[in-house]
Design a protein around this ligand. Structure first.
Ligand SMILES: [Zn+2]
Length: 613
């Protein structure tokens, strides 16, 4: 009895305490202005905000495309209104949307339409042709392809394995290509392939194509005998024949592209480009990328604007025309900050040297495997004969900078990087020191003594970590181990005080594919290994980054690189509500798990553009 009584007392006490607590909460709340209801609340997640202290939290509330609350689920639910959509993340990992600081969108869009780079069998090839033929408007050309790019690849460098040389058999396409003419290329442009429709389009008999009044078309043999007219458009066109003497659809020689040039439209129709763009946007959404810095042509910019108007643009775009176009930008009054949070202008991109892939990147010392070669300067550095012109490139930089544009320059070899740093110092002397965020694009091989200048000059190193997984196959052979110490040296770049900004260079070159998937870049930055985990421990492992630094480089730092870190790049109140929900907690994922991580939801401006929940 006594016990029961005390239980009752205790119960009453607790009840009255709870009641008064409720009352006090109620009155406190009554004094606060009732928050505007959110459009979307994401609750009970593991949200890595990438704010200044890398805060981990549970929930966000979004209204009008911006974060209006970031914090606990309990507090987030105060923003729930009648129309609010609430998604329970059930503990899933959330990051700010990926911000890819280097893409070539129009090439990627074209590449996605038709490519057989990784195709290794005839049946796969036929399936691809069928697919693109069904998609294209009647009679449009099927172009590109780039077969054979991965034939000789060392196992694993891009997820492919060594295999037999594949070459498309064109006799199989006649039934599936329909009325679409086909002109496709081998990755290194040493061979081309066409179908019957393409031959008819240039007035040749598909059964027995011949050129110039019935002369033998096996031009190489003729040329050696001196009977082929020199310098003609058909010079060097070789129709390859099988053992029975039948043309097999393949051509070789310098004249091939000009032979078909008149028949192939100089550019795609606008409608086709819009379709390519839409397909590429779908690819981007699938990988959680919410912002790209793009170096496409003006028509691409126009298409972005059309899609934005139609509310179909699902990625934000930072757009960079060529450095030689600074005057045009000045005439249009475009400078840093021009545009809006969807389409941002105000930066330009130039090239100073070549690339590693073709041994044209510019070095102080010759290539280790090519003693006569130090690489090449690009045209903005030279006269028409290719001779270096003192001050030419610098003048473009001075003019663009003076007008107020941000400058970014492609530099691969150690001399190219060093010369650019000299130019930047000169820019400071002549135009004054200010917050330029000069973008050193690729910053691929840097001389040891130049690293400290990166930080001092406040540069943004716009790097593509997946290049390293791809290039390490032959880097040491080409430039030797000593110079490789300064190659893709992300940790040293970061420690110098420079800002690392990550991207992909999507879609890559005709010889190597760089997918838009950010997981490949994060993996490469933290492991410095190929996709199959070689070498053990990583290539120059002292240059590995932490996953936290890699994520920051792919989000906040890329926003910083675009002068947009106040509105993008982290999950904070007032910023654009761009985020990605992932299948794994990247902070605790093994390298293999990073690669296997999937995007569950992509949210851009508070709208779910990929995934469902
Ligand atoms: Zn590029």
């Amino acid at each position: 009895m006594k016990i029961r009584l005390s239980l009752v007392v205790a119960f009453c006490l607790i009840a009255s305490m709870a009641f008064s607590l409720l009352l006090s909460l109620g009155s406190a709340r009554a004094q606060e202005p009732r928050p505007q209801p959110a459009d979307l609340i994401l609750r009970d997640g593991l949200i890595y905000t990438v704010d200044a202290t890398n805060t981990l939290t549970e929930a966000v509330a979004i209204r009008g495309g911006k974060f209006i609350f970031v914090g606990s689920t309990k507090d987030a639910m105060r923003f729930r209104g009648k129309q609010t959509r609430v998604i329970d993340l059930k503990g899933q990992f959330v990051l700010p949307g990926f911000n890819d600081s280097h893409v070539h969108f129009s090439s990627a869009a074209q590449f996605l339409e038709f490519n057989i780079m990784r195709v290794a069998t005839q049946s796969e090839f036929i399936a691809r042709v069928k697919e693109v033929a069904a998609k294209l408007p009647k009679g449009e050309w099927i172009l590109g392809g780039y077969w054979g790019a991965y034939n000789q690849w060392v196992a694993g460098s891009a997820g492919s394995t060594r295999r037999e040389e594949f070459s498309p058999d064109m006799r199989g396409v006649e039934a599936v290509a329909g009325d679409h003419p086909m002109f496709i290329r081998k990755f290194d442009d040493t061979e081309f392939a066409v179908n019957a429709t393409a031959l008819r389009a240039i007035g040749l008999d598909p059964a027995n194509p011949t050129l110039a009044g019935g002369r033998s078309t096996v031009a190489d043999a003729k040329k050696k005998q001196g009977t082929e007219p020199a310098g003609s458009a058909i010079d060097g066109v070789e129709f390859i024949r099988d053992a029975t003497g039948r043309f097999n659809g393949h051509l070789r020689g310098r004249g091939v592209t000009s032979l078909f040039a008149t028949a192939i439209p100089a550019k795609f129709s606008h409608e086709r480009r819009v379709q390519q763009t839409k397909d590429a946007l779908a690819e981007i959404r699938r990988y959680g990328v919410t912002n790209v810095s793009d170096m496409s042509d003006d028509e691409q910019l126009e298409i972005y604007r059309e899609l934005l108007k139609a509310e179909e643009l699902t990625v934000r775009v930072h757009f960079r025309p060529g450095l030689d176009r600074w005057r045009e930008m000045a005439e249009k009054r475009i400078k840093i900050g021009s545009g809006d949070e969807w389409i941002r202008l105000g930066a330009l991109k130039g090239h100073i040297d070549g690339i590693m892939g073709t041994s044209t990147a510019r070095f102080f010392q010759p290539y280790s495997n090519d003693p006569g070669n130090r690489g090449k300067w690009r045209p903005l550095m030279t006269d028409e004969q290719g001779n270096f012109v003192e001050g030419k490139f610098l003048q473009y930089m001075l003019d663009a900078d003076e007008w107020g544009l941000q400058i970014s320059v492609h530099a691969i070899g150690d001399e190219a990087n060093s010369v650019l740093l000299d130019y930047l110092e000169e820019l400071n002397r002549r135009n004054g020191v200010r917050d330029r965020r000069f973008r050193l694009v690729h910053a691929q091989v840097v001389r040891q003594e130049d690293f400290k200048r990166l930080g001092k000059l406040g540069i943004v190193a716009e790097v593509q970590p997946f290049h390293l997984s791809d290039d390490m196959r032959w880097m040491e052979e080409r430039i030797g181990r000593q110079r490789c110490k300064g190659a893709y040296a992300f940790k040293t770049i970061k420690d110098s005080g420079a800002i690392l900004s990550f991207g992909t260079d999507w879609p890559g070159t005709s010889a190597s594919e760089y997918p838009i998937n950010p997981m490949l870049g994060l993996y490469a930055a933290v492991t410095r290994q190929t996709l199959t985990g070689e070498p053990a421990g990583g290539w120059f492992p002292e240059q590995r980054l932490s996953i936290e630094d890699a994520i920051r480089a792919y989000t906040y730092n890329s926003a910083y690189a675009n002068f947009e870190e106040k509105i993008k790049g982290s999950i904070e109140v007032t910023k654009c509500a761009d985020l990605v929900v992932l299948s794994k907690n990247l902070l605790q994922a093994s390298p293999r798990e990073i690669l296997d991580t999937k995007v569950m939801l992509t949210v851009v401006g508070g709208k779910i553009v990929y995934g469902s929940n």
